[in-house]
Write a protein that binds this ligand. Structure first.
Ligand code: SF4
Ligand code: SF4
Ligand code: SF4
Length: 294
């Protein structure tokens, strides 16, 4: 299946922020050129730290706070002993049930318009609770000495600054094979399932779609040639119940108790002022009882 003009020209409806957008990577058409990595760094003004000691064509060992997308190179033998060279564009999946959003104590991470998981760096305190909560290892706090500013988390934004201004994500617009597609999530899924049928007819029995149902539906979708675990993708990831309880059970109760305590302190302060009114309130000198002047 080749280039799709309708998908390439697609823009979200500015009057409908509930519309679900997504990126779909047809990994079978990726040539590993890394143009998407460069475009992502360039658009987001992230630092470039090439690791040349890896012994692979992969540019970085993993995503980090300054590397928001990474082409993973997977070299292996399949079940029939045939050498395979697989590539997977790895970045934040913009989960509908996101561990990072659930773990974040300051609400710096939240569900934004168009299904994008948004990170407000002003609110980020660098606690790194989001890192282990992400099943895709897609968000990291910058602990490097390069950074002059406070430690903040960093991850793919789905180029929200671009898509909310009728532009395509930078990685999408730069991909020379159009293997990264961007558009309405439902339409992309239809395209993905049709592509998988085509691959199966070509003899790729393990071809599959990833991201349709995982974690309530991801906003980064894949057409994979092999099973997800071959690419290091989690099979049936779930949102931790303990995290959910902490965020939506304990946190609101804690905030309510804190609010009540503060309210109580304010009431006490006013009560104290009323008690001392006309007398020796805090910092005021006491008026002598009338009997003492007699
Ligand atoms: S992939 Fe990780 S960082 Fe991205 S939304 Fe999901 S949990 Fe958060
Ligand atoms: S959508 Fe934007 S931020 Fe995300 S990987 Fe692509 S270029 Fe980078
Ligand atoms: S730009 Fe496209 S073809 Fe090149 S590495 Fe990225 S996803 Fe693959």
């Amino acid at each position: 299946m080749g280039r799709t003009a309708t998908l390439a020209a697609w823009r979200p409806d500015p009057g409908n922020p509930k519309q679900q957008v997504a990126m779909l990577v047809d990994t079978t058409e990726c040539i590993g050129c890394k143009a998407c990595e460069v475009a992502c760094k360039q658009w987001n003004q992230n630092e470039y730290r090439i690791n040349q000691e890896l012994g692979t064509y992969q540019s970085h060992p993993s995503l980090d706070a300054q590397t928001w997308t990474l082409i993973k190179f997977i070299e292996r033998e399949d079940e029939d002993g045939v050498n395979q060279w697989l590539m997977q564009k790895h970045n934040c999946m913009h989960c509908s049930e996101a561990g990072c959003v659930t773990a974040c104590p300051t609400d710096a991470l939240h569900y934004g318009d168009y299904g994008v998981v948004t990170l407000d760096q002003e609110k980020c305190i660098g606690c790194a609770y989001c890192e282990p909560a992400c099943p895709f290892d897609a968000i990291h706090v910058d602990k490097s000495a390069f950074r002059q500013t406070a430690q903040k988390a960093g991850k793919c934004t789905l180029c929200f600054d671009r898509i909310s201004n009728a532009m395509q994500p930078a990685c999408v617009s730069t991909c020379p094979t159009d293997c990264i597609k961007y558009g309405d999530r439902g339409e992309l899924l239809k395209w993905a399932y049709a592509r998988v049928e085509q691959l199966k007819a070509m003899g790729y029995a393990n071809a599959n779609v990833y991201g349709d149902k995982e974690l309530g539906g991801l906003h980064e979708l894949y057409v994979l040639l092999e099973k997800p675990e071959v690419y290091g993708l989690p099979v049936n990831p779930t949102l931790s119940k303990r995290l959910t309880f902490w965020k939506y059970g304990l946190q609101p109760v804690g905030k309510a108790i804190l609010g009540a305590a503060l309210f109580g302190m304010v009431i006490n302060w006013f009560a104290a002022r009323r008690t001392f009114k006309g007398g020796h309130g805090p910092g005021e000198e006491a008026e002598a009882p009338a009997s003492l002047h007699d």
